[in-house]
Design a protein around this ligand. Structure first.
Ligand code: PGA
Length: 257
């Protein structure tokens, strides 16, 4: 890992202002683990309150609309979340792709809008259990990512700073059973190859690839030891400072011995 490990909490549709104390505890703990980049994606309603208080962690959103503005009742634009203090946005999460019928083309349009608003993007990908069982997981994820990523190579600047990939096999999300280290190694290797093909040797090697899907303090160290794992996107275990920072600690330990 050339960049700092990146540990991102995805609170999904969890959290009212009562959770601000947990965010504070995460922020305080993050100040003691500076070799790890810790970030939180709370619901929209908590982006600004957490941003206002946080000294160390970056705050992000879990989605944004692809348009700059307009007659889209109930939606929120990339510029709006940036204005609230978001520094990044998670896009293409399987819960959005499945629950909101988001296509690769829509996810790509959202990513373009997010980059235009100056946000960093965490682009999610991952196969279903059926796809894995049919032996097509790598082909599926490669195609999904290729179709979801904007043509970043045409843009100037540091791609690895703006883009992070999160590999989250759908069958591992919220189930308590993470993918095996062998499966993670194989998929992250395939994603790395794709990134190098898309963005060139230098830039493609730098983009961090997070693993997500039932990451917990108990399995984090073995997952972080897998080649090409640059951190984790954490759902359930990010809801308390204790378990979330247990994962961050596992990411920082190899650097602190
Ligand atoms: P989980 O969720 O850690 O609860 O499995 C991960 C995610 O969906 O980002």
């Amino acid at each position: 890992m050339t960049r700092r490990p990146y540990i991102v909490g995805n609170w999904k549709m969890h959290g009212t202002r009562a959770m601000l104390s947990e965010a504070r505890a995460i922020d305080r703990a993050a100040q003691r683990h500076m070799k790890v980049e810790v970030a939180l994606a709370p619901p929209y309603t908590l982006i600004h309150p957490i941003h206002r208080e946080a000294e160390q962690i970056a705050v992000g959103a879990q989605d944004c609309h692809h348009a700059d503005g307009g007659a889209y009742t109930g939606d929120i634009s990339a510029a709006m979340i940036a204005d609230a203090g978001a520094k990044f946005v998670i896009l293409g999460h399987s819960e959005r792709r499945t629950g909101h019928n988001e296509t690769d083309a829509l996810v790509r349009a959202k990513a373009e809008a997010a980059f235009a608003a100056g946000l960093r993007v965490i682009m999610c990908c991952g196969e279903s259990a059926e796809t894995r069982e049919s032996g097509k997981a790598i082909a599926f994820v490669t195609e999904q990512l290729t179709a979801s990523l904007p043509a970043l190579a045409d843009l100037p600047g540091d791609i690895a700073e703006r883009l992070t990939i999160a590999y989250e096999p759908i069958w591992a999300i919220g189930t308590g059973t993470a993918a095996t280290t062998g499966d993670i190694a194989e998929m992250h290797g395939a994603i790395r190859k794709l990134l190098v093909d898309l963005f060139g040797e230098e830039q493609g090697a730098e983009v961090r690839i997070l693993y997500g899907g039932s990451v917990k303090p108990e399995n984090a160290a073995e997952i972080f030891a897998v080649p090409d794992v640059g951190g984790a996107l954490v759902g359930g275990a990010s809801l308390t400072a204790d378990s979330f920072m247990g994962i961050a600690l596992a990411a920082s330990e190899p650097f602190e011995v």
